[in-house]
Ligand binder design. Structure first.
Ligand code: B12
Ligand code: SF4
Length: 609
């Protein structure tokens, strides 16, 4: 069988033909021994750390960026997600008796080492893993820029010391970079594009001479990235009926113990001793927001697991793995109202000791009163919403399915279900956004009843509409595209921002928005739900020990709850930090945030908190 491929040299696309698997192997010299009938027997899938070597070293020294102190031993410090994508991949090999698949969560492993006060040595970890699992092929998962450094390091280390092992990468970020023909992917032999349950299975079958063609895979050789032309179309080989996919191989990792080492962003408001897991019930989103990678990754349209299958997975997680909270990592959980009602009704009827959340976000516009009430009743504890901007024109440019009018209308629902914690996500520094438009975002953050506002700095992600628009308009990408955490990390206060106001202005404004709306003017602290506010600030000081605003909020909150000793202590901490830090004392003055301590010498000291 023959098929056409295109090679991109970065500048141009050249047509080539790859005829048979043998020819490909010979031509690219990627297989150890082409005559060996079954070269791939052992596969090791690695979830690479999404902390850089620098971060891990800094964490080891108990110091995080922005000069704040952290406590690496505190589990609330880390977000740890089970490697769901790899568990999906692993499940595809259950029927294949000739291939053994193991999953190694290196991210978790590094964090466990930090929590045991052990210095993290990536090279040794990789070496130990290879010796233990003896893989013929290693698969690396890289879903965002934050894990790229880890992916490259693991890939290069394996190529350096174990030349025979085939390195395959996958995940959203890898797909985006491959589609942008990024040159920094030479440490991999193959990149599986998009969702890869089948792409990866087929690749292994191909390498084992059980299949003649490669689909959904980019072959990386010395000079070029080679791919099948059809694979350039986003979502070209997606699984239409998600229920035909096997249930993720949850047993491939120590799922029931994940909660002991870290938290999930959607689960941060529940008790820390709750066993946690994630589920994906929907792939794709009805919207096509310009900054979001979901469309280019998952293709057009929305595909869903049926409510029956969702409940089957919940039952399994609950009964077999002891999971008591699930965070749905869906792109568009509420796409099908009927399905949401079926799922929530069934959870209510089960009467489980079970809660759930959507930390990734639901579309506010899709909610209605009946649905939200059902969500709350069935144990929903946390929802986040992509609000993004307080300006209609920016929302339009972002292609966000939201206007300020819809926002005004829909936020009224949130007061009806106060048991749920609501987080609003905003994007700051969108290309073309003016300072006035940015200020409107702050207004929306303060005006509406969110429990928390998350301000993320806009940094274009590979292969998104925004990235491609900037590219077409000859934006100056110099300094971007080195695949660093800062480049692609919306929450990092480093990296390049494509906004005329300048990187520094956007960074500082975003940070001040955070201090003002979440701390100085926190709605829960100001009377709506003081207990909830106190929990938030306790979480923050556990994570960032010298956050003076959080300590001051605690001083106020404990006082309101009549916990006077704790309030005194929090006030003392506030004063200690402020007296030593000009950064914090300036922030207190700037935001006119009162410190209720007579010894405070700041210009705000004569005011009473
Ligand atoms: C859960 C999640 C998180 C979790 C972490 C998850 C984790 N495992 O560590 C948290 C909340 C921490 C997070 C944070 C961020 N995230 Co996030 N996140 C997601 C989300 C919602 C779901 C991921 C998921 O579990 N998918 C379900 C599984 C089944 O799919 P999968 O992992 O993609 O795996 C499949 C394929 O990718 C492929 N595959 C994956 N790995 C491998 C490996 C091999 C060898 C092969 C062959 C195939 C393969 O096959 C799998 C099965 O089909 C996605 C959205 C999405 N639709 O992907 C965004 C997403 C991945 N995140 C994104 C971003 C930008 C971020 C942040 C940078 C945002 C920020 N605040 O700054 C941060 C980075 C954090 C950091 N600095 O550490 C972007 C990434 C785009 C990009 N190119 O960078 C996404 C796509 C969201 C978006 N709308 O654009 N995120
Ligand atoms: S609504 Fe959310 S998931 Fe959907 S395209 Fe927009 S940002 Fe992406």
């Amino acid at each position: 069988m023959s098929y056409s491929d295109k090679i991109s040299t970065g500048e141009e696309l050249i047509q080539i033909n790859l005829n048979t698997s043998n020819e490909l192997k010979k031509q690219e010299n990627i297989i150890k021994d082409p005559n060996k009938p079954n070269p791939i027997k052992n596969i090791l899938l690695i979830s690479v750390p999404r902390l850089s070597i620098k971060q891990l070293t800094d964490e080891f020294k108990s110091t995080v960026s922005l000069g704040t102190q952290s406590k690496p031993t505190d589990k609330s410090h880390y977000e740890i997600y089970p490697p769901l994508g790899l568990l999906y991949l692993s499940s595809m090999f259950k029927e294949k008796k000739n291939v053994d698949v193991q999953v190694f969560d290196m991210h978790l492993h590094c964090i466990q080492m930090l929590q045991n006060n052990t210095r993290v040595d990536w090279e040794k970890i990789i070496d130990d893993a290879i010796k233990k699992y003896k893989p013929d092929l290693v698969g690396l998962s890289s879903m965002f820029g934050a894990s790229f450094e880890g992916t490259r390091f693991v890939g290069e280390t394996i190529k350096k010391h174990y030349k025979d092992i085939i390195v395959v990468c996958g995940g959203v970020h890898m797909t985006g970079l491959a589609n942008n023909n990024d040159e920094n992917l030479k440490f991999a032999d193959f990149i599986c594009l998009n969702e890869s349950e089948y792409h990866f299975l087929w690749l292994v079958e191909y390498l084992n001479n059980e299949k003649d063609t490669l689909t959904g895979v980019v072959l990386v050789n010395n000079k070029t990235l080679l791919r099948n032309e059809a694979d350039l179309i986003p979502g070209s080989h997606v699984v239409q009926d998600l229920d035909t996919l096997p249930i993720p191989d949850f047993g491939a990792v120590d799922l029931k113990n994940y909660y002991k080492y870290g938290i999930l962003s959607g689960a941060q408001t529940i008790d820390y001793d709750t066993p946690l897991a994630t589920m994906q019930t929907v792939r794709g989103c009805i919207a096509r927001c310009s900054f979001c990678a979901v469309r280019s990754f998952n293709g057009l349209g929305v595909r869903m697991h049926s409510s029956r299958r969702v409940l089957e997975e919940i039952d399994l997680l609950y009964n077999k793995f002891g999971i008591r909270h699930v965070d749905f990592v869906d792109d568009d959980f509420t796409y099908d109202r009927q399905r949401v009602m079926e799922i929530t009704d069934a959870i209510i009827n089960r009467d489980y000791n079970f809660t759930w959340s959507i930390g990734n976000g639901v579309r506010l516009g899709s909610l209605d009163e009946e649905m939200l009430k059902n969500m709350e009743k069935s144990g929903c504890t946390y929802l986040s919403f992509g609000i993004e901007s307080g300006d209609d024109e920016i929302l339009r440019q972002m292609k966000k399915p939201l206007t300020l009018e819809i926002l005004r209308d829909k936020v009224k629902l949130l007061d009806i279900c106060p048991k749920i914690y609501y987080r609003a996500n905003f994007i700051t520094g969108y290309p073309g956004e003016t300072k006035e438009q940015l200020q409107k975002t702050m207004d929306v953050a303060e005006k509406y009843p969110w429990d928390w506002n998350l301000f993320s700095i806009c940094k274009p992600l590979p292969d998104t509409d925004l990235w491609n628009e900037l590219l077409e308009n000859n934006a100056d990408f110099e300094g971007v595209g080195n695949n660093t955490d800062q480049d692609y990390n919306y929450s990092s206060y480093e990296g390049k921002v494509f906004n005329d106001a300048g990187d520094e202005y956007i960074f500082n404004t975003s940070y001040d928005f955070n201090l003002k709306s979440n701390f100085r003017n926190n709605k829960n602290l100001n009377g709506r739900n003081v207990v909830r506010a106190v929990k938030d600030f306790e979480r923050i000081v556990a994570k960032v020990e010298n956050h003076a605003f959080a300590w001051n909020c605690l001083a106020i909150g404990y006082k309101k709850l009549k916990q006077y000793e704790k309030s005194e202590y929090a006030l003392k901490k506030t004063m200690e930090i402020v007296s030593e830090s000009s950064f914090w004392s300036e922030k207190f003055v700037k935001h006119q945030f009162l410190i209720d301590d007579p010894s405070c010498t700041l210009p705000i000291s004569n005011l009473t908190a």
